[in-house]
Design a protein. Structure first.
Length: 116
């Protein structure tokens, strides 16, 4: 699943910015990263993200420094905002995620409807 997500993100960026990728090299790189990460306790599997790649491309990020800045902001936000968000129900947090994902993906409201 992670390989598929990484390959799709890489192909979208390759088409957008005019370079080519090799799925075989992606697979070897992900395998090597996950193999090295397996020796560190508590490490999560490494793979790419379509949404994160799209956001980085939209804001003009060109290096891995953008990922480090985003990770730092996320970590600091978690530390400082978690005590305030702790008492919110999960449905409220889920609706905020869906709202922002809807804005990021740019889906037209007329084509995506939810009926209860």
């Amino acid at each position: 699943m992670g390989f598929l997500d990484s390959t799709v993100a890489a192909k979208q960026n390759a088409d957008r910015f005019g370079y080519s990728i090799s799925p075989n090299r992606e697979l070897v790189a992900l395998g090597a990263a996950n193999l090295m990460g397996s020796f560190v306790p508590g490490t999560l599997p490494a793979f790419g993200s379509i949404v994160r790649s799209k956001i980085n491309g939209d804001v003009g990020a060109r290096t891995q420094l953008a990922s480090l800045v985003a990770a730092s902001i996320t970590l600091l936000s978690t530390f400082f905002l978690l005590p305030y968000l702790y008492f919110l129900p999960r449905c409220v947090l889920a609706s905020m995620y869906v709202f922002h994902l809807h804005r990021i993906c740019g889906t037209d409201s007329s084509s995506a409807s939810v009926s209860l």
